[in-house]
Design a protein around this ligand. Structure first.
Ligand code: GAP
Length: 542
């Protein structure tokens, strides 16, 4: 099926990836989802009138509200009422406090966190496969004889499939093999090097340093001494303020600190709509616990976070929890209980999945690093643990807490919700709709007069004012008096509005209205003075 003209125009304007018409696994078309997102004012490309800026996106009126609703849901379920009151593995209510730290931190923060070292490794690209490799990870099979003039050299990365594959080819070519680092091969010979996943020789680029952090300058002089970075994750602000939170509040371990905010990464290949952006928002919890309890808290948070996404409507087989293999673990998660990702099957990842949230046991990596770099003790004094001394006194235990980190992407969450909600129903006047949960829907209800005359707009206007006064702080209520009623329903279906209330010719006589359910398109008659209670119950607005 050809997409609507908007899809083509949008792809042209934004120079985005091309997608197959309808993904055969999710049965959804990414082109049509993106066109709807634009048409209904959910997501626009940033700076679009200037031709756009790759990796940056703006949220339109409906998208801004949807994103806020998801952020608020996270805040309510994480900070205000953690885990809906479910006790933690210690049997106690889960305790979380919020924090809001600066996007720009002292540059040493990023040295301590490993971002400056870790993100600035020289990388080589393969022009044939577009794969990118850490320069220092690439090795090369050579003939053991030492005579390699004009011969192909087989590059590989240890512990990846390329190692065995390239060895087989090299053995066939040379018999006995020697191994050396790519860095030991003079660049004049790289024309003979076959990259780890390539077929042709000579496709590797020169090594280049990639630092994913955006640089800026603090102060007017803009010298090397004034270099600062936009944070690539919100997490480090939490670790850096751990001591202040402990010292100024009455929190006791185990407890968590939660923060939501912008993060920036100068992604080399931003792609797949908002999935890999250069500016995005994270919702992160750093949960501090005694090292002995880390495994239990890790399992607790992994399951809680999976259940949370499910409750928001990512309920089907498109959601999965995936445990990281040992060789995938980030530098901060090498030790300990591991990492699990909550993943969603987007139309562009299908049949595979893309990460929505990672739950990692970071051990005490970050606190230990910041303690070392800042020369400030970040140890926690735990008076409820410790030992009884021979003299009968109690001595508390001093330790660096371990951290369980559930780290979610707000923009990826919005994208997953849009993909999941997007539904085609050819039987409808407008065949596309968004089945967003009432909690997240940007418009909670719309009120229409069937026609804009005969006293109907007056009744609908009064109903709109009443509903807006009652629910307006909990969600948007729309009043729309123009266009054919079918078009107004279709517009609200595409906006994901769960209920439309229509005042018709009978309403003045029988004091009732028609309420249309978005999911079924079924209509029912309801007394005018009961509409508020009906919506309160259906939308969970209390
Ligand atoms: N503090 C840990 C951390 O930042 P991460 O896996 O790099 O871990 C956490 O990021 C989440 O942030 C991811 O699960 C994803 O949802 C989101 N995220 C990461 N990079 C992103 C990008 N370039 N664009 C959009 N979201 C991104």
């Amino acid at each position: 099926m050809a997409g609507p003209p908007g899809a083509v125009l949008f792809r042209y304007l934004t120079r985005l990836d091309r997608y197959p018409d309808t993904d055969p696994v999710t049965h959804k078309s990414m082109d049509r989802i993106m066109a709807l997102a634009k048409r209904r004012g959910f997501i626009y490309q940033a700076s679009e009138i200037y031709g756009g800026l790759s990796g940056f996106w703006d949220y339109g009126p409906l998208g801004a509200q949807l994103k806020k609703n998801l952020r608020d849901a996270w805040w309510e379920d994480v900070v205000l009422d953690p885990c809906g009151g479910a006790p933690g593995p210690d049997g106690e209510p889960v305790r979380i406090v919020p924090l809001d730290t600066s996007i720009i931190q002292h540059p040493r923060v990023w040295e301590a966190s490993g971002h400056i070292g870790g993100f600035s490794d020289p990388m080589v690209d393969c022009r044939e496969t577009k794969a990118r490799y850490r320069y220092d990870h690439v090795q090369v099979y050579l003939p053991a004889s030492g005579d390699r003039a004009g011969k192909p050299l087989f590059a590989f990365v240890a512990d990846t499939p390329s190692e065995a594959r390239q060895r087989k080819k090299a053995e066939k070519a040379f018999g006995e093999l020697a191994v050396t680092a790519l860095s030991q091969i003079p660049q004049g010979e790289w024309a003979h090097v076959i990259a780890p996943d390539a077929d042709r020789p000579g496709t590797l680029t020169e090594p280049r340093a990639f630092n994913l952090m955006f640089r800026t300058y603090v102060g007017a002089t803009a010298t090397q001494d004034d270099v600062a970075y936009l944070r690539p994750e919100t997490a480090q602000g939490i670790f850096v303020q751990f001591k202040n939170v402990i010292d100024t509040t009455r929190v006791k371990i185990p407890f968590g600190i939660a923060q939501v905010g912008k993060a920036f990464r100068n992604e080399v290949t931003p792609r797949n709509f908002t999935f890999r952006s250069r500016e995005f928002e994270q919702m992160e919890i750093e949960f501090f616990c005694h090292p002995d309890q880390a495994r239990q808290w890790y399992a607790f948070w992994r399951d809680q976070r999976m259940a949370w996404w499910r409750a928001l409507g990512l309920a089907g087989e498109n959601l999965q929890l995936r445990v990281h293999a040992a060789d995938e673990l980030a530098h901060y998660a090498k030790e300990g209980a591991g990492t699990s990702d909550v993943e969603y099957r987007f139309p562009f990842t299908a049949p595979g999945f893309g990460e929505l949230e990672g739950v990692a046991h970071r051990s005490n990596f970050d606190l230990a690093q910041h303690q070392q770099y800042s020369k400030t003790s970040l140890e926690y004094f735990d008076n409820e643990r410790g030992e009884l001394l021979p003299n009968g006194a109690h001595r508390g235990e001093r330790y660096l807490p371990h951290v369980i980190e559930p780290s979610a992407g707000l923009d990826r969450g919005v994208l997953a919700l849009l993909c999941e909600a997007y539904t085609e129903d050819p039987a409808r006047a407008s065949p596309e709709l968004l089945l967003l949960s009432p909690r997240l829907a940007p418009i909670k209800a719309a009120v229409f007069p069937l026609v804009n005359k005969d006293g109907m707009p007056e009744i609908s206007g009064r109903l709109y004012t009443e509903l807006r006064r009652r629910f307006g702080r909990r969600g948007h209520i729309e009043h729309d008096v123009k266009q054919a009623i079918g078009k107004r329903y279709a517009r609200m279906d595409e906006a994901g509005c769960p209920f439309c209330v229509t005042v018709d010719g009978e309403s003045a006589r029988d004091q009732s209205v028609t309420v249309r359910d978005r999911d079924t398109a079924a209509q029912q008659r309801i007394a005018l003075d009961k509409v508020g209670d009906f919506l309160a119950q259906k939308l969970g607005l209390g």
